[in-house]
Write a protein that binds this ligand. Structure first.
Ligand SMILES: [Zn+2]
Length: 305
């Protein structure tokens, strides 16, 4: 178990919702799929680390967003071991790439991509400075982890900072053999890093959207389809077969609405309209009453956490 576990970013969650409820442009959709792919790669990395037991042996902190000298930087995963701190840059690239004159290119179109080694080095340098400025002196030893099994890099450089998909079992095994006597100072560092985490607000970088423009209705928790049917206390997705209680689905939809429109007043009528299940008016009121705090009375009633 991670000391600071990974969660889906708000940006990705909002884009997932917008992808279901509006028609994203090709560029917006591509960006959304890029975020999903990256996240899936990180989850694969987490599973491998967990299987190898290194997430319980050391402090593992996922998805850190830090700031040093007014420059913000992100670390996908980081291990605090007894003697070193190990930031990992995780890439879920798929397919064939080649390395030429210090740069990475995608084989299909020969397009140069932003160099992930530069990204790793930048993160390492900033993390080192950040730790030193705050009184933590520990060697920083970063890695670039390619996790997709179908990733291949032609003319790959001889660089032991790069961990290819097939090298991961060995990478985690070696990590697992490192000294792991963690003391108060390590714990202090882990706490300090978690405290310094500054999530970036997604709202500035999203495509514009309005409440009116969004398709209403409960979407499936797995495939985001609107093809759901309600049977008793359960909703069932006709597209993928996923099941969820009506209670959980309504709560999830309320959270989605709050994420899309921070500060929105949650009233029973809003939720009924948002979920588009008018025949469940009484049930929705009951769900809101049970799970949220009621403020006001009569037609002025709204709900808050
Ligand atoms: Zn579904």
């Amino acid at each position: 178990m991670s000391f600071k576990p990974r969660t889906e970013s708000d940006e990705m969650r909002i884009l997932r919702s917008l992808n279901a409820r509006t028609d994203l442009s090709a560029v917006e959709k591509q960006h959304y799929l890029y975020l999903v792919k990256g996240y899936e790669g990180e989850v694969v990395f987490d599973e491998m680390a967990h299987t190898a037991g290194v997430d319980s042996k050391f402090y593992k902190l996922d998805d850190l967003q830090l700031e040093c000298n007014n420059t913000s930087f992100q670390i996908d995963s980081l291990f605090i071991t007894q003697q070193t701190i190990i930031p990992c840059e995780i890439k879920n690239y798929e397919g064939n790439y080649y390395y030429e004159k210090g740069n990475f290119h995608y084989c299909l179109n020969k397009k140069m991509i932003s160099n992930p080694l530069h990204q790793l080095n930048r993160g390492e340098t900033l993390l080192r400075q950040f730790l030193q400025q705050n009184g933590f002196h520990i060697p920083v030893e970063g890695y670039l982890n390619f996790v997709h099994p179908a990733f291949f890099l032609y003319q790959s450089p001889f660089n032991d900072k790069i961990i290819y998909p097939s090298q991961h079992p060995r990478f985690f095994k070696e990590l697992g053999t490192r000294p792991s006597k963690l003391n108060d100072q390590h714990r202090k560092m882990a706490d300090f890093l978690v405290m310094s985490h500054k999530p970036v607000s997604p709202y500035g970088k999203l495509p514009p959207y309005t409440y009116e423009q969004l398709r209403k209705g409960i979407i499936c928790k797995c495939c985001q389809s609107f093809l759901i049917v309600i049977k008793g206390k359960t909703i069932i997705c006709s597209a993928c077969g996923a099941e969820e209680t009506v209670n959980a689905a309504v709560m999830r939809s309320v959270e989605e609405l709050k994420l899309l429109f921070p500060g929105i007043k949650i009233t029973a009528n809003t939720v009924i309209e948002w979920c588009n299940i008018k025949e469940y008016k009484r049930k929705i009121r009951r769900i809101l009453l049970t799970n949220y705090k009621r403020i006001g009375r009569g037609k002025y009633t709204y709900y808050t956490v």
